[in-house]
Design a protein around this ligand. Structure first.
Ligand SMILES: [Zn+2]
Length: 234
């Protein structure tokens, strides 16, 4: 089913036909709406969001991805249907570390990640990848010395630590160098920094109610878009 589909109603019906549970369909539709939401405010030309039953060889556990234009295919986003449930359960068992960026002193003090926060930061992460491909300069670890905003500086420091820790875990688990390079690279570093800042902006807010009500709040949206399009100092 790796094809572009355009209305939520069509997608809902198709996924139901495939035997996907209601709760998972809801998550897929939210994620798709959020990707469209961010993408449409940053780019004038939309790209397809493909729903794929198979998981990615490079990212076997991921829920979503962005793929740039190649000889084989057009630029697109992708949602890996069979990973949605497991990914959400895993992420919602983790704490929202964004608290550490706003003054909470320990991991234990942080609340657990909410479903809303996970979906919004993942959507922003994928749109950031499209931005990287087209224009935005990326944040690197070295920017920790030149970024003025203390919050962003803290996000860079934190993602640096996470990457070190992740690399260690992957090696201990015997993951291949190719796998590690897919996860730990400059593009992912930059997208994780942005994701971290988005998570901090979202934390504690109930957003995905009946109609993404907070995403209609202009000031909040402006804040999210500023984070999403942040550029490092020259
Ligand atoms: Zn990524």
């Amino acid at each position: 089913m790796a094809k572009a589909m355009f209305t939520s109603k069509d997608i809902r019906a198709e996924l139901a036909r495939m035997g996907i549970k209601k709760g998972v369909i809801k998550i897929i539709l939210w994620l798709r709406s959020l990707i469209i939401f961010f993408d449409s405010r940053v780019f004038s030309k939309p790209i397809p969001i493909r729903l794929c039953r198979k998981t990615s060889k490079s990212y076997p556990d991921d829920m979503a991805g962005y793929s740039q234009k190649t000889k084989k295919h057009e630029e697109h986003y992708i949602i890996f249907i069979s990973n949605v449930n497991g990914f959400m359960r895993h992420e919602c068992r983790l704490k929202n570390i964004a608290n550490l960026l706003v003054g909470k002193s320990s991991y234990e003090d942080c609340p657990y990640s909410s479903k809303d926060e996970v979906l919004i930061r993942i959507a922003a992460h994928e749109v950031r990848h499209r931005l990287q491909y087209h224009s935005t300069k990326k944040f690197y670890r070295r920017h920790i010395h030149s970024v003025k905003h203390p919050f962003l500086r803290e996000a860079i420091r934190w993602v640096g630590l996470l990457f070190k820790e992740d690399a260690k875990i992957y090696r201990e688990k015997g993951k291949s160098q190719k796998f590690i390079c897919h996860r730990i690279n400059p593009l992912e570093f930059d997208a994780r920094v942005i994701e971290c800042c988005i998570a901090a902006a979202v934390q504690g807010k109930e957003i995905l109610g009946k109609d993404i009500h907070l995403l209609r709040n202009r000031r909040f949206v402006k804040k999210l878009l500023l984070i999403l399009q942040a550029k490092p100092p020259v």
